[in-house]
Design a protein. Structure first.
Length: 394
């Protein structure tokens, strides 16, 4: 009996995700736990002018097609990738690597980056169709990436906030892991918000209860807004809140998204969006709002803002009410977004995440290989120290 013919693959690079049919892409992306690699989310970033060449994010997506009889093709793997002219919007701070490269007279930019732009949430990976040989396709894709970077003089390839199940595959392919941490809330079997409160020591329980009562004293109420209650005007108002918050930080405000991005959330991504809107009795419109996304049993916090500086509104809109809603909805994990100053005291432990790196310049590659484990050990020590200082019951 003759052996079955080996599948024939065609690899393509594209500068815009709309060149790949949404149904084909989402057949690979929808089964994933993360919502941030779905076609609609990535297309919205590009179409809105947020993740585009003029902003230093040049889409350069890799697709793998299996050649079928009759000259038909089936998408079997894909990698959302970007050529970056800077390191902003990544939330993995590789500026020391860029500075080192400059000292060595090595061009660090452009670099090839795999992540969901502006989204420091775990889950990046190559998209892969079920039943395909992941190791073989990964080798094919890494080979194409290596060839592309070599041909175009790209200094390195970097994957950020990677799926922990995918990391060993890429380490086996020769990428080095770099340890970081995020602050992630886990549902430890909570049935009520009081169950969550019970984890804290007595002093912090009093603090959280006091911060929760601040809304009542200010005559404010917070409500989750989901589904058909989300409309375009509300999404546009979320942009105003987001923009105002970013503007308060000046140059460091990280105002990466356009108004068009927010307005296109409705109806394009309406089924994933959760707003926590603060209302006063004086106005039918929100006076403050946080923006979250839900997929399955995971909740992700993204942005927030308010018209005025109401006492503790930030903590309630971004932490307490999302946690209370998450418990009611059976959510198992809540990633509230970047930063940790406020999160540590509210029961979000430092939780490991990894990025993956390959430098094509021999000197940078040697330095990475020689020192990355020392860097990772220091990061691990920092995480242990942070978590030992959480205000929890001992």
């Amino acid at each position: 009996m003759a052996p079955s013919p080996q599948p024939q693959y065609v690899l393509t690079w594209t500068r815009q995700i709309r060149d790949i049919p949404q149904a084909d892409w989402d057949a690979l992306a929808l089964p994933l736990k993360t919502p941030f690699l779905e076609w609609t989310w990535l297309h919205n970033l590009e179409h809105s002018g947020s993740a585009v060449a003029n902003a230093g994010w040049l889409p350069n997506h890799l697709a793998v097609w299996r050649q079928e009889p009759g000259n038909q093709r089936t998408l079997v793997a894909a990698a959302p990738l970007y050529l970056k002219a800077h390191s902003y919007g990544e939330f993995i701070f590789d500026h020391q690597w860029a500075e080192l490269a400059q000292r060595l007279d090595i061009e660090y930019y452009p670099k090839l980056l795999g992540m969901a732009p502006f989204t420091p949430a775990e889950g990046y990976r190559f998209l892969m169709a079920p039943g395909e040989d992941e190791v073989a396709l990964t080798a094919l894709m890494v080979g194409a990436i290596d060839q592309f970077c070599d041909r175009n003089g790209i200094s390195g390839c970097h994957f950020l906030y990677v799926d922990p199940d995918w990391r060993p595959v890429m380490e086996a392919a020769g990428f080095h892991k770099w340890l970081h941490h995020s602050y992630i809330w886990r549902n430890e079997g909570y049935q009520t918000f009081d169950d969550y409160l019970a984890r804290f020591n007595a002093n912090q329980r009093r603090n959280i209860k006091r911060e929760r009562k601040s809304l009542e004293k200010a005559q404010l109420r917070l409500e989750p807004v989901v589904g058909d209650d989300i409309h375009r005007a509300l999404c546009s108002q979320m942009y105003d809140f987001y923009g105002d918050t970013c503007d308060k930080f000046g140059w460091w405000g990280s105002k990466y998204l356009t108004r068009s991005f927010f307005e296109q959330l409705c109806p394009n991504y309406q089924d994933r969006v959760v707003f926590f809107a603060a209302y006063s009795d004086d106005s039918p419109d929100p006076i403050g709002m946080s923006f979250c996304l839900r997929k399955g049993d995971r909740l992700y916090g993204r942005y927030w803002g308010s018209q005025e500086n109401y006492n503790h509104l930030h903590f309630n809109a971004c932490y307490y009410h999302p946690i209370e809603w998450a418990i009611d909805q059976g959510i198992q994990s809540f990633d509230p977004g970047a930063g940790g100053r406020h999160k540590k005291r509210r029961g979000f432990p430092a939780t490991a995440n990894y990025s993956l790196h390959r430098f094509y310049n021999p000197r940078l590659s040697a330095i990475l290989e020689n020192y990355i484990e020392e860097i990772n050990a220091m990061e691990q020590q920092e995480m242990v120290a942070i978590n030992a200082d959480l205000p929890l019951k001992t």
